[in-house]
Design a binder for this molecule. Structure first.
Ligand code: ATP
Ligand code: MG
Length: 885
């Protein structure tokens, strides 16, 4: 029987569970958007966390709630609780990014079916040899107060054909699965496979190698029985229902079914390995050192490409930094072991895209963008990599330990992530003082933090004084002023906070800044300075708290300011469409700010936007403004319907079931948005770009103004033009006027230069009046103020013209701005034959003034750094003549 391809294996897995009434769902992005506890999606269950926690019922599809699902989820394990980075490439079965095949029961079936079906698929469908399979179960844990999972052990024996001595018990490290420090968790039961030869299996039973990090006896599938939620304080709370969460390593099962002992030998990795081998001019399998490098690169390009595809990009912190680290690790391996001294990683992206065209087609649509981001990173790191490696080698020369300060320098100046430095150190058998390194990093962070303002996370732990028990409600889409009650107040340091029952104040979100205004009653006026979202409702930051908060209040926002914000927000939507129209569909929003006096918008686009393109975008936005397109605002639209309407969705963004859709012409701009907008585009008035710059690798930033701010900008420009005209003597046409000035300035500079030279010439004459006789030769020395090297040379030639024989002239000048010294020596021809040579002379004089030089025997120049040594150099000239003659 021919072996199955990877694509076939993936398909058969999904079909197997589809036949068992599972809903097949898409992989979530590897960059989770709504879970701050997680840097990257690290397991298939992440996207179902709300269901496990009882916050959501199951999966809605086709008007039905599904309690069973299956999918292939791309996962990344390079940070937090699950971090396999160290192993990747060195072993053959851990990856930074891998696909996890999973089936789920949301409070539906439990252990029995999960175990039965896993066996059915592996043994009955795929024909694995039961004798090579092992199942592990949880042995219990006293500190968590959990008993052993005897039920699973019994089910394996009763419901499958596994031999009872292949069912093994392990502790919580191996058989109690947790996604992170907190969150859904539970005991698990794993399937391991023994891939060794029959001979070896006879010598040592596989049972002894399970969970022993032997690549030939590896875990392939984990069946997790989710029953608890791990709390912040470490305790376990029982969940309302029991769930099944399974994860099978796709690359591993491919290796097993394709009878390989390494994931990299399967058709999942071979195309990319081949491409790398081609680029390197090497063969995979020839040499373990270069094989490791090829594996690292083949693996890392996947993690990097998919993260960028899902909306992250290399940067200096958080997620972006992890991506940067992975990329740099691969580049270093390529440099060191495959002799890749030029960018190569970006060339691998098309191979990946081709391979994943059927599963993750999003990759194909973004090839160019991903390549560009990677290429830029490669270029910048390759610039310093060589120097950094050299420095590293000199730092560890003759040492057993690399100091924390040195590691920090490599990090700070050469961009070496600490794990890269550690890796290099390990290869050389050297330790790294990571404690000192962390200390330095912490100090740097603190310096940075001291410079910034406090962050949202520090806002928690407020003590609220409750005035009235009711829900808080935002009414600001419809009202700018409302009667209301104060629900609660709080104070911390000099911050004073208020919760309102009804509030027209928009809280900062989606880039739009908060409204300001007043909460008032009679003559008592509380000024609202800022508004932020919280789980209790909008929090109003006010200048003072009321003496008596009870009773009725009137809340009103600064309407004029809100109107200006709205103009900028609606203009942002229109500009977004115009950007896509002019630059292409790869343009995706990466961040935005909407204020009353300007807007800022970050988007993916690789090169700077050309002036001509900016003009076209600006023109298109203004045309749309003049069309006066009315706003269509729809609240509580089901997400699927919004998608059908063609609403722009951000990559990797997770949206709720119901969304708000803002449309300006269904064929032009449809966006999901919680912000406030003008009722028709004409109100925006006028749109004008302020700037276009780079925000990060592959991300551009534009700033623009509309409404009053645009009006103000035009007025300012007009005023500036008037002022220029006045300065130019009331010339109407300022351009020729300015060009004239520049021309004139150039001429004046030339004249000045001439003047300088003639002045220097004056002093040459003076110098030539005061010679000194040395061994029958006339030696003239002197300083020429303000002369540069060329002037000195010219003076030297002038002097040789005047003094035909038996003469040496040594001139010096000082460039006070740069702190440099120039020296020139000229020697008449008759002396050259006698052994006095200008070239030799200046090289010695140059040394005295801390530099060097050289030239022809009759005229040579030198430069140096010690103006105070000029006299000494003159004396040296005398000595040199004496010693030659
Ligand atoms: P291991 O002990 O081999 O690291 P694990 O216990 O960390 O595995 P789980 O968290 O149970 O793995 O994940 C479920 C499945 O995903 C595993 O059975 C394995 O097949 C696969 N898997 C886990 N980590 C990786 C990885 N880094 N690369 C490839 N596959 C992986
Ligand atoms: Mg692991």
């Amino acid at each position: 029987m021919s072996l199955k391809t990877a694509a076939q294996i993936r398909r058969e897995f999904l079909e197997f569970f589809k036949a068992k009434e599972h809903l097949i769902v898409d992989s979530a992005p590897v960059v989770p958007k709504n879970d701050p506890s997680l840097l990257f999606t690290n397991a298939g269950m992440n996207q179902f966390k709300p269901i496990f926690l009882g916050e959501q019922d199951g999966l809605k599809d086709d008007g039905k709630i599904w309690k069973r699902a299956a999918d292939t989820q791309r996962c990344i394990r390079v940070s937090g609780k699950h971090n396999d980075l160290e192993e990747v490439g060195h072993d053959t079965y851990h990856h930074t990014l891998f696909e996890m095949l999973g089936n789920w029961s949301f409070g539906d079936y439990f252990k029995e079916q999960a175990i039965e079906w896993a066996w059915e698929l592996l043994v009955d469908e795929w024909g694995l040899d039961p004798d090579r399979l092992y199942a592990t179960v949880f042995e219990g844990d006293e500190s968590d107060g959990l008993p052993a999972d005897d039920e699973s052990a019994r089910l394996w024996v009763e419901k499958t054909s596994i031999s009872p001595d292949h069912v093994l018990k392990f502790d919580k490290k191996d058989n109690f699965w947790e996604m992170g420090e907190t969150g859904p968790c539970g005991p698990c039961s794993e399937v391991h496979v023994d891939l060794r030869s029959d001979d070896e299996r006879k010598k040592k039973p596989g049972a002894e190698l399970v969970n022993m990090d032997d690549p030939r006896v590896m875990e392939i599938w984990n069946l997790v029985f989710i029953q608890f939620n791990r709390q912040n304080d470490g305790s376990l709370v029982k969940l309302p229902a029991q769930h099944v969460d399974t994860g099978m390593g796709f690359e591993r099962i491919c290796a097993v079914l394709q009878r390989k002992t390494s994931n990299y030998d399967t058709d999942v990795f071979q195309p990319i390995i081949q491409k790398i081998a081609d680029l390197a001019g090497k063969t995979y399998g020839d040499d373990e050192e270069t094989d490791i490098a090829m594996r690292v690169i083949a693996d890392h390009i996947r993690a990097v490409s998919f993260s960028i595809m899902d909306g992250a990009s290399p940067s200096n912190e958080g997620r972006g930094y992890v991506i940067r680290r992975i990329l740099r690790r691969a580049i270093r391996y390529g440099w060191d072991r495959l002799d890749f001294k030029k960018p190569f990683m970006s060339k691998l992206v098309p191979v990946l895209a081709d391979q994943f065209a059927d599963v993750f087609p999003e990759l194909d649509g973004q090839i160019e963008y991903i390549q560009n981001v990677i290429l830029a990173e490669e270029k910048s790191f390759l610039n310093t990599l060589g120097q950094g490696i050299e420095l590293f080698n000199s730092m560890i020369e003759g040492k057993k330990k690399l100091s924390g300060d040195d590691a920090f320098k490599l990090h700070d100046t050469y961009g070496f992530p600490i794990d890269l430095t550690e890796l290099m150190a390990r290869e050389k058998g050297v330790e790294v003082d990571t404690d000192r390194f962390s200390e330095l990093m912490k100090e740097q962070k603190e310096r940075a933090r001291a410079a910034g303002k406090f962050t949202a996370s520090e806002k928690s732990d407020l003590e609220w004084t409750v005035i009235k028990d009711a829900e808080s409600e935002f009414v600001g889409y419809d009202d700018v002023k409302t009667n209301t009650s104060i629900l609660a107040t709080a104070q911390r340091d000099d911050q004073k906070l208020i919760l309102l029952q009804q509030t027209p104040f928009y809280a900062e979100s989606g880039g739009q800044i908060a409204d300001t205004g007043f909460i008032e009653r009679g003559s008592e006026k509380l000024r609202v300075l800022d508004v932020q979202k919280s789980d209790k409702g909008h929090v109003h930051y006010v200048d003072q708290l009321p003496e008596d908060p009870s009773g009725e209040w009137i809340a009103s926002i600064d309407i004029e300011r809100r109107r200006e914000i709205e103009k900028h927000h609606s203009a942002t939507h229109i500009m977004h469409s115009a950007l896509r129209d002019v630059l292409g569909d790869h343009v995706a929003q990466k961040g935005s700010l909407v204020a009353p006096d300007r807007l800022r918008f970050d988007f993916s686009h690789f090169e700077s936007v050309k002036q001509e393109e900016l003009d076209r975008i600006e023109q298109q936005v203004n045309e749309k403004i003049q069309e006066n397109i009315p706003l269509l605002e729809e609240r509580n639209v089901p997400i699927d319907q919004a998608r059908d309407q063609g609403a722009m969705m951000l990559f990797g963004e997770k949206y709720g079931e119901q969304v708000r859709v803002i449309t300006f012409d269904p064929n032009y701009s449809v966006e999901l948005c919680g912000g406030t907008h003008v009722d028709a585009t004409g109100r925006i008035g006028y749109f004008r770009f302020l700037s276009e710059t780079s925000a990060a690798a592959g991300i551009r930033r534009v700033e623009a103004v509309t409404g009053k701010a645009a009006d103000q900008k035009l007025r300012n420009e007009q005023r500036l033009l008037k002022q220029i005209q006045t300065v130019l003597g009331n010339q109407k046409d300022v351009l020729p006027g300015i060009q004239n000035l520049i021309e004139k300035n150039k001429e004046l500079e030339k004249e000045l230069e001439k003047l300088r030279q003639s002045q220097a010439g004056d002093s040459l004459d003076q110098i030539l009046e005061n010679g000194k006789e040395v061994s029958g030769v006339q030696l003239y020395t002197g300083k020429v103020d303000g002369a540069d090297m060329d002037t000195l040379k010219q003076l030297g030639y002038d002097a040789l013209e005047k003094m035909k024989s038996e003469t040496v002239v040594v001139l010096a000048s000082v460039d006070t701005e740069e702190g440099k010294v120039y020296i020139m020596a000229a020697v008449t021809d008759d002396l050259i034959q006698k052994g006095v040579k200008a070239g030799n002379m200046v090289s010695q004089l140059g040394r005295i003034v801390g530099g060097g030089g050289g030239g022809q025997p009759n005229l040579a120049t030198a430069g140096g750094r010690f103006p105070e040594k000029i006299e000494e150099a003159f004396e040296k000239a005398e000595e040199l003549i004496q010693s030659e003659l």
